[in-house]
Design a protein around this ligand. Structure first.
Ligand code: ADP
Ligand code: MG
Length: 370
């Protein structure tokens, strides 16, 4: 029997005490910069993760998710969290990190439901972690602010789940909204909300390509950035400015290209913030395009199918710019489109993509209103 649609009460035999949500995100620009202490510019998407929760007194945590195959129900004991390579790790990560900060948790029942597609680069993981942390904050009346929530979620994913991710996703899930872009300095976690232009909308299309070794390649890129910073004599690539072109070029390949991507991408985030403030959509679109080229040629995290999707979006009228968004090796593209045109552009792009056998794309944001 499928658990989809089963209410909290149907699963746990009592009502939920608190409800909390957190959105998925799409990154507008600033890719693979967060683990180098750089700048990023994500925004929240309409899809979100919703948690219902009620406390228990016996130290048990029982969790039901409606999002994995046919639903799933698992449990663990607070204080005995251990990594199992499953979705439950995200829940265990949050309780382990909170306990490490001195929070006492006497157990709970939780139901998870999410409209964020899992593993499509829209950060279902961070939205789950942040929604869980918010539910616990509310249920236990914890005085932690939203940046702290992001830090807790990041520690859970990085240290407990064991994903070598930067902190953009958790900051976005905790602090972003759909009407503004969240300009984050990932080194200090200082942030600013920049209003999105009323004349444009976002289109996000999933390529349907998922690279099998994406997490291994991500680790390689991260290590390359760390090595490049070391050779340049700085703590992180964030500390290299674009004027250091010659020194970057003197690095051994491919570290020269990797460093060039991060350094120029940081500069593009700052330029994108300026373009947003000036309402210059043409300039913003150019920066999207330049970011994609840099990810494709210098950072080498794109794949031909994603390049084709980006090209076909760009070829449409009323598109200011388009790029691969998220970690890459497959995943989704984001396009900046004239308001009112995203649905049409999305349809055209999906159709053109399907002309190559075996390719099937899905509009995730900007499609017909649900
Ligand atoms: P992304 O964050 O881009 O969607 P990740 O690989 O980082 O992809 O995270 C996806 C994983 O997060 C899933 O495989 C699952 O373990 C966990 N997850 C996310 N949302 C849920 C959910 N609603 N229920 C259970 N697990 C979830
Ligand atoms: Mg994730």
């Amino acid at each position: 029997m499928t658990m989809k649609g089963q209410s909290f009460e149907a699963v746990f035999g009592r009502p939920a005490k608190v409800v909390a949500e957190a959105p998925g995100r799409v990154n507008l620009i600033g890719e693979h910069t967060d683990y180098s202490g750089g700048y990023v510019l994500p925004t929240a998407i309409p899809q979100k993760t919703r948690i219902e929760m009620s406390p228990r007194g016996d130290g048990l945590v029982q969790v039901a998710t409606m999002s994995v195959n046919r639903g799933g129900q698992r449990w663990f004991r607070v204080g005995e969290e251990s990594r199992g390579g499953l979705w439950l790790d995200y829940v265990q990560g949050i309780t382990a990190v909170l306990r490490g900060r001195g929070v006492s948790i006497s157990g709970f029942d939780a139901r998870i439901e999410s409209s964020v597609p899992l593993g499509s680069g829209l950060s279902s993981s961070a939205s789950l972690l942040v929604a869980l942390a918010r539910a616990l904050r509310q249920m236990l009346d914890l005085s932690i602010d939203d940046v702290e929530i992001a830090r807790i979620a990041h520690a859970a994913e990085h240290d407990f789940v064991g994903a070598p991710v930067g902190n953009m996703d958790q900051m976005a899930a905790s602090l972003a909204d759909e009407h503004t872009a969240l300009f984050i300095d990932t080194r200090t976690l200082a942030f600013e909300r920049i209003p999105l232009p009323a004349e444009a909308e976002l289109l996000v299309v999933n390529s349907g390509v998922a690279h099998q070794h994406a997490s291994g390649d991500y680790k390689t890129r991260r290590a390359e950035c760390e090595r490049a910073a070391e050779l340049l004599g700085v703590p992180q690539l964030r500390d290299v400015d674009a004027a250091a072109e010659q020194r970057i070029a003197s690095l051994p390949a491919p570290l020269d290209r990797r460093a060039r991507h991060v350094v120029t991408e940081n500069a593009r985030v700052l330029a994108a913030v300026a373009a947003l403030r000036a309402g210059d959509l043409g300039r913003l679109g150019e920066l999207f395009d330049a970011s994609h080229r840099s990810m494709r040629d210098d950072f080498e995290v794109s794949v031909p199918a994603v390049d084709a999707l980006v090209e076909s979006a760009r070829a449409q009228p009323d598109v200011f710019g388009a790029r691969l968004t998220g970690g890459g090796f497959g995943g989704s593209i984001v396009a900046l489109v004239k308001r009112g045109c995203a649905e049409r552009v999305g349809r055209a792009v999906v159709e053109a993509y399907a002309r190559t056998p075996g390719r099937q794309a899905t509009v995730l944001v900007g499609g017909p209103a649900a």
